[in-house]
Design a protein around this ligand. Structure first.
Ligand code: SF4
Length: 993
């Protein structure tokens, strides 16, 4: 029996969902030459027919059955551009890893970035051109679609709506719009306009600086969820872990200011729970204290403008006690290299620019500008339209000023609040042509869909830092009948008879020409073809990036700036609403990816739905418990969702995540959960017109019903069982100072592995470095063919993930709590309780110390799972589907398990075996750095380390012998091969009773 819950019957255009058909297999095999040679030469444009030729002559550089790696770029995956290495086998992408040369994410990845694989192989992508007729979309020919678009272009009043970008795709869109007389509007969900404007006011530079968190000794975030959704979370995660590397003698104290502890807030030592939209006022008061304490010319410059914003003044408006603001200010003043990060969207109110400006001034008086806040070297982001500008576009659409809207990328009908009127205005535009790959909410309103190819099937580039350019190249042939978006526009312009010279027949040529200019400008002595080959091999050119930040001075005007001081804040309701981007769903783009729905939210551990976060002290008097349904009502709308009790939110606030509530977009997304955007009025930041997400008053009422809420973690506490360990920073420093590592001793015991084997594989997980981002979990899904089981099965506790990030709360002396995130996988015990209970020896101990699971021996008694104290074994109750073309992503090195089989983490045994074969060919043993497990490769903070415990000098051995190391449930004497390193906090922990 097949598990049907989250899959659907194949549509007529799909291949059967069970396995790859012979026709598809031949197609893939035949095309793999073209796809796989992407790094060496440009693949033919997809509209040119390909001949199916078997490997009579094997293409150079391709060995069937082995992965070939290509460097590319993900610019649309989430909040940040990600440099990637795509693992391609037989013409299809199997996995993604970070590009170590890339200046932002380097070798780390994000869960959202990894899940773009599921976007590529999404069965719900629009498989070819479609024309609306009779209220539904009908199959159509490209020729007709291009003609129709060409005709629309001829008719005029065209608006081209694209995402924001910093590269050639954006330049092309601008040039194309100019050539055809269209208006080009750029839009991205989160626009960062207040941050840019604030820096323009403060320093005369409308830019986003680099926040060098890694160099800081004191960190404060005034609401930015910089480890999950704000700016460049993968790079910032790495910098954050660096700043708190206690073994290297540093551990920057981190304070989070905001109404709700986000993933970033959960990693903080201290929490100042300011009312939604008021964290900028706290920043003003902190700047006041720092200016007073630090004095000096910087303090004097701003004394006037900061004079009235005392901690007492701020306490009244923000709900944060004055003594806590005073203390934070004193600590920042005393720090050598402090850094303050501005509010993110969840803290962005009607005075968002003032809030960002307050943080900028704080950084100035604290001496952070030029040291930990660096201008001239910051991440490059395209500037998109603000809410005010999108409303103006919607007005034009309603007033008949837009005859044709071409949507190429964004989905504003979902990501803008309903009050903006965009979705409504779409219906007034005579012709809407969508080049989006999914039938999203905006595309659903289109008259034509001419589906664009996925990023991994397209050419593109981006200037990620000033002068540092990343290149995106197609790493495989299109999965569906799609075309590069820019090629569609070129063909439409030709059909319209526009005589514009774009310098090339297609976008690949256009982009190559753009890189020819860069080659000339670089002054390289290499010939262009050699230089271009190297560029494609390494994924871009970084040598033009400026090494040093630009020095900036305070602008005179700011010294007399009139802060609103929260004067324009709306009246408070019974509850303030906190609307925040989802860690995995972001602005909703992750919602149709099964991994992103099924990997538990890092804070609530809920899956597949929406919930309303509420403080337990507020909920209980109202008689509300987890899962009780409530109706949340604002002036603009209402939504219903279950209550989730969370002590990390203010007692007078309720929080709802953005990302769910789709009406379209695919089987996993449509009809699931609610969107808090429906509750937002069209209030904007006065200085920029950017949407105010914070400062909305809501009412709440219980419906008296229970709603479905699936949570995959049982308890928030480990009840002193020493599962999740945390220690004070002084205790950690003392322990590290006194600790001696004896390299002559092995970590493993004699019985952990075969004495004749040179290997005992082991792993370390540093809880102090782990931020709980979940990239390791997504990496494991991608590598090991893990099934997505759907909401119903998750509710039954039958999720299949091999790694579980457990989130525990630890009480602190002041009545608060600290959060630890613990990545737990099979512990590969030396004395494994799972092994002796298996009646058929399916679970056995291999000579290298791994707890091996022989799938074709397993008869499914599940004794092993019952006996596993770590609950790290997963039983296949069904044969789960990987509907076509999701099955094309399956890793051929890993068996796809069927009903009745027990499975679990294998330490990526297939990678171990590959490394052993490669080492043997070189006549040596596997060495440190030869390979990484999938979770280790994905982790942006290097919290996971893997290697050979039989080598006493290996890094994993040394880390496992460290001062902070422990084993989970050590008293059971299972001798796990996974060693954890205790989390470290500046907070004073409560005494255990
Ligand atoms: S161990 Fe996993 S959850 Fe923790 S930081 Fe690394 S990737 Fe993120």
């Amino acid at each position: 029996m097949s598990e049907p819950s989250e899959t659907h019957a194949p549509r007529p255009e799909e291949e059967p969902s069970t396995g790859t058909s012979r026709r598809t297999f031949l197609k893939i095999l035949g095309l793999s030459g073209a796809g796989a040679t992407a790094a060496a030469c440009r693949p033919a444009p997809p509209h040119i027919d390909q001949k199916l030729i078997p490997y009579l002559v094997q293409p150079e550089g391709i060995t069937p059955g082995t992965n070939t790696t290509y460097a590319s770029l993900l610019a649309e995956a989430g909040p940040e551009p990600l440099g990637i290495h795509a693992w391609v086998r037989d013409g299809r992408v199997l996995n993604l890893e970070g590009n170590p040369d890339f200046p932002l994410n380097a070798d780390g990845m994000s869960a959202l970035g990894l899940s773009t694989l599921q976007d590529l192989y999404d069965p719900d992508r629009v498989p070819g051109p479609r024309k609306k007729g009779g209220g539904d979309f009908q199959e159509a020919a490209w020729k007709d679609g291009i003609q129709a678009l060409g005709k629309a272009v001829q008719d005029g009043d065209v608006v081209l709506l694209t995402g924001t970008g910093t590269g050639t795709r954006d330049r092309f869109a601008e040039e194309w719009a100019k050539a055809v007389g269209a208006r080009h509007v750029r839009y991205d969900t989160f626009d960062y306009a207040p941050l840019r404007r604030a820096h323009e006011i403060a320093f005369g530079r409308a830019e986003i600086p680099t926040y060098a968190v890694d160099q800081a000794d004191r960190i404060v975030s005034f609401g930015a969820d910089f480890l999950a959704t704000w700016l460049e979370p993968t790079a910032l995660g790495r910098r954050f872990a660096h700043a708190r590397d206690i073994e290297k003698g540093r551990h920057a104290r981190f304070t989070f200011v905001g109404p709700r502890l986000s993933l970033t807030g959960s990693n903080a030592d201290d929490w100042l729970p300011a009312r939604p939209g008021t964290s900028g006022l706290v920043a003003l008061a902190v700047a006041h204290v720092v200016a007073q304490k630090k004095g000096g010319s910087r303090g004097l410059e701003l004394q006037g403008v900061l004079a009235t914003y005392t901690p007492e003044w701020a306490a009244d408006k923000t709900g944060v006690a004055a003594d806590k603001i005073q203390k934070l200010g004193e600590e920042i003043a005393a720090a050598e290299r402090p850094v303050a990060l501005p509010p993110g969207p969840e803290s962005q109110g009607a005075d968002a620019t003032d809030a960002c400006l307050a943080v900028a001034l704080l950084n100035h008086v604290a001496g952070a500008i030029g040291t930990t806040v660096q201008f001239g070297v910051g991440p490059q982001r395209g500037q998109g339209a603000t809410l005010a500008e999108m409303k103006s576009l919607a007005g034009d659409m309603k007033n008949g000023k837009v005859r044709t809207l071409i949507v190429a990328g964004p989905n504003p009908a979902f990501t803008l609040p309903a009050s903006a009127g965009f979705a409504e205005a779409l219906g007034q535009v005579p012709t809407v042509v969508s080049l989006n790959s999914h039938l999203d909410e905006t595309t659903a309103a289109a008259s034509w869909i001419l589906p664009g190819s996925h990023e991994l099937e397209s050419w593109g580039d981006a200037e990620v830092l000033p002068g540092a350019w990343a290149l995106g190249q197609p790493v495989m042939q299109p999965v569906f009948d799609t075309r590069q978006r820019e090629d569609i526009l070129l063909q439409a312009a030709a059909a319209a008879g526009i005589k514009a010279d774009f310098g090339a027949q297609d976008f690949a040529g256009y982009l190559e020409n753009a890189w020819r200019e860069k080659h000339r400008a670089s002054g390289s002595s290499q010939r262009f073809d050699e230089w271009w080959f190297d560029t494609r091999r390494q994924g871009g050119r970084w040598e033009g990036a400026p090494g040093k930040p630009t020095s900036v001075g305070l602008s005179r005007a700011v010294t007399s700036h009139a802060f609103s001081g929260g004067a324009g804040a709306p009246a408070r309701g019974k509850f303030d609403l906190v609307v925040y981007p989802g860690s995995y769903l972001y602005d909703g783009r992750g919602a149709n990816r099964g991994w992103m729905q099924e990997i538990p939210d890092p804070i609530t551990k809920c899956v597949w739905g929406s919930w309303v976060e509420m403080h337990p002290d507020t909920a209980r008097p109202l008689g509300l418990e987890n899962g009780d349904e409530v109706e949340v009502t604002s002036e603009s709308g209402k939504v219903r969702a279950p209550v989730y009790l969370y002590p990390g939110i203010r007692k007078d606030a309720v929080g709802i995540q953005i990302g769910q509530g789709h009406t379209h977009y695919g089987r996993n997304a449509a009809g699931r959960g609610v969107s808090p955007l429906d509750l937002l009025p069209d209030t904007v930041d006065g200085a920029t017109g950017s949407l105010a997400y914070a400062g909305v008053a809501v009412q709440l009422s219980a419906t008296g019903q229970k709603a479905k809420m699936v949570k995959l973690q049982g308890s928030d506490l480990d009840y002193g069982r020493e599962v999740s360990e945390i220690m004070g920073v002084e205790e950690a420093r003392k322990a590290i100072g006194e600790h001696q590592v004896d390299l002559s001793e092995l970590v493993e015991a004699a019985w952990d592995s075969d004495p004749m084997s040179p290997y005992r594989w082991g792993m370390t997980v540093d809880l102090n470095a782990c931020t709980g981002c979940g990239a390791c979990v997504a990496g494991c899904y991608a590598e090991n063919n893990l099934a997505v089981v759907g909401e119903e099965r998750c509710a039954d506790g039958r999720e299949m993930s091999w790694i579980r990030i457990e989130r525990y709360f630890e009480a602190t002396a002041d009545g608060g709590f600290q959060t630890t995130h613990l990545a737990e996988m099979c512990q590969q015990c030396g004395d494994a309780p799972c092994e002796p209970v298996c009646p058929v020896y399916a679970a056995y101990h291999n000579p290298e110390g791994l707890n091996v699971q022989v799938y074709n021996r397993c008869v499914g008694t599940r004794y092993c799972s019952n006996n596993c104290p770590y609950k790290q074994r997963r039983f296949n109750w069904f044969t789960y589907d990987f509907p076509y073309p999701l099955n094309l992503q399956l890793n051929p090195d890993v068996t796809v398990r069927e009903k009745g089989i027990m499975e679990k983490c294998t330490f990526c045994v297939q990678r171990i075996d590959r490394a052993k074969v490669q080492a043997k060919e070189k006549g040596r043993l596997v060495q440190e750095g030869d390979f990484q497990t999938a979770c280790q490769a994905a982790c942006p903070t290097h919290a996971i380390w893997f290697g050979n415990l039989k080598d006493p000098t290996s890094r994993v051995s040394r880390i496992a012998k460290g001062a902070r190391s422990y084993h989970v449930l050590e008293e059971l004497n299972t001798r796990p091969a996974v060693t954890y390193l205790r989390d470290v906090t500046h907070a004073e922990l409560a005494q255990e009773t």
